[in-house]
Write a protein of this length. Structure first.
Ligand SMILES: Nc1ncnc2c1ncn2[C@@H]1O[C@H](COP(=O)(O)OP(=O)(O)OP(=O)(O)O)[C@@H](O)[C@H]1O
Ligand SMILES: [Mg+2]
Length: 252
C-alpha cells in the first residue's frame, strides 16, 4: 500500500512538472485537435435520369472527441449520403469536410484512403463483410490495417456481442442480426477516432440493440471516439449527446 502510494506520488509529481513545463506550448494544438469531424455548407445532388436532385443543400455541424450524435430523418432524406461524405467515401459537390483536422478535399486519394484506415470506422447499412473471410478474420481485418490489433480488446468485444460461437463461420452462414454484430465488432475493434454507424441496430431485437449500444458507448468513454449514429429509434437517439434531423436537405 505504502509502496503503491510512493510510486503514485512520484508519477503524479513528475507528470505535474511535465504538464506545467510543456502545457503552455501544447494547449492550443490539443484544443484544435479535439474536433474530430466538421462539416461546413456541404451540398450533394444526384442525377436522376434528366434532372439533378438535391439531397444535401448546405449541411454544417461539428462533432468532438468523446461526443455522440444521432442523425434522424425520413427514408431517402440523405442520411447515408451524409455518412459516406463524412467517412471520406464520397465527395461533396460543395462545402468542406474535416476529419481529425484534415480537410478531405485537400488530400489525394492515397492520403484519404490512409485516413479512412487509421481514423475512421464505418458500419454500413448493408454490413459490407468480406465473404471470403471468416468472422474472426473479418473482425481483425480493419484493426490489422490500422495498426497492431489489440487481441484482448477484440476478445472482450466478441464475447460481449455474443459472437464467440460464430468466429470460424463465413458471413453467408450468419443471420442478418449476426452479420450486423460482426460489422459492429469490426468497427469497435479498430478503436477509431471517428465511428459512423448507419442504422447499426436495425436488424436487432431490443435487448441486443441495447447491448450493442452499450459497447459503442463504452468505446467512446474509454478511447474518446467520436460517434455518429443514423437511427430511426427514439430510444437510441435519446442516449446520444445530441440529435440532428435531416429534412429537405437541411439539418433541423
Ligand atoms: N449513388 C446514387 N445515385 C443516385 N441517387 C442516389 C445515390 N445515392 C443516393 N441517392 C438518392 O439520394 C437520396 C438519399 O439517399 P440516402 O441513401 O442517403 O437516404 P437515407 O436517408 O439513408 O434513406 P434510408 O433511411 O432509406 O436508408 C435518395 O433519393 C436516393 O435515391
Ligand atoms: Mg440510408
Amino acid at each position: 500500500m505504502h509502496i503503491n502510494f510512493v510510486i503514485y506520488f512520484k508519477i503524479h509529481v513528475n507528470l505535474s512538472k511535465l504538464v506545467k513545463s510543456v502545457g503552455a506550448i501544447y494547449i492550443k494544438p490539443c484544443k484544435e485537435f479535439i474536433m474530430v469531424l466538421r462539416l461546413e455548407g456541404v451540398k450533394k445532388s444526384f442525377r436522376n435520369s434528366e434532372e439533378l436532385v438535391p439531397v444535401l443543400q448546405g449541411v454544417s455541424f461539428d462533432l468532438e472527441a468523446g461526443h455522440t450524435l444521432a442523425l434522424r430523418g425520413e427514408s431517402g432524406s440523405g442520411k447515408s449520403t451524409l455518412l459516406h461524405i463524412a467517412g471520406a467515401l464520397e465527395a461533396a459537390d460543395a462545402g468542406r469536410v474535416w476529419v481529425s483536422g484534415k480537410e478531405l478535399s485537400q488530400l489525394d486519394d492515397g492520403a484519404r484512403a490512409q485516413l479512412r484506415r487509421t481514423d475512421i470506422a464505418l458500419v454500413f447499412q448493408q454490413f459490407n463483410l468480406i465473404p471470403s473471410l471468416t468472422v474472426a478474420a473479418n473482425i481483425a481485418f480493419q484493426s490489422a490495417l490500422s495498426g497492431t490489433p489489440d487481441l484482448g480488446h477484440i476478445k472482450q468485444i466478441v464475447s460481449s456481442l455474443g459472437l464467440l460461437e460464430q468466429m470460424q463461420k463465413y458471413p453467408e452462414a450468419l443471420s442478418g442480426g449476426q452479420q450486423q454484430r460482426v460489422a459492429i465488432a469490426r468497427a469497435i475493434a479498430a478503436k477509431p477516432k471517428l465511428m459512423l454507424a448507419d442504422e447499426p441496430t436495425g436488424n436487432l431485437d431490443e435487448a441486443t440493440a441495447e447491448n450493442v449500444l452499450d459497447q459503442m458507448l463504452k468505446l467512446v468513454a474509454q478511447t474518446g471516439t467520436a460517434l455518429m449514429i443514423v437511427t430511426h429509434s427514439k430510444n437510441i437517439a435519446a442516449r446520444m449527446n445530441r440529435q440532428l434531423h435531416l429534412c429537405n436537405g437541411f439539418l433541423v
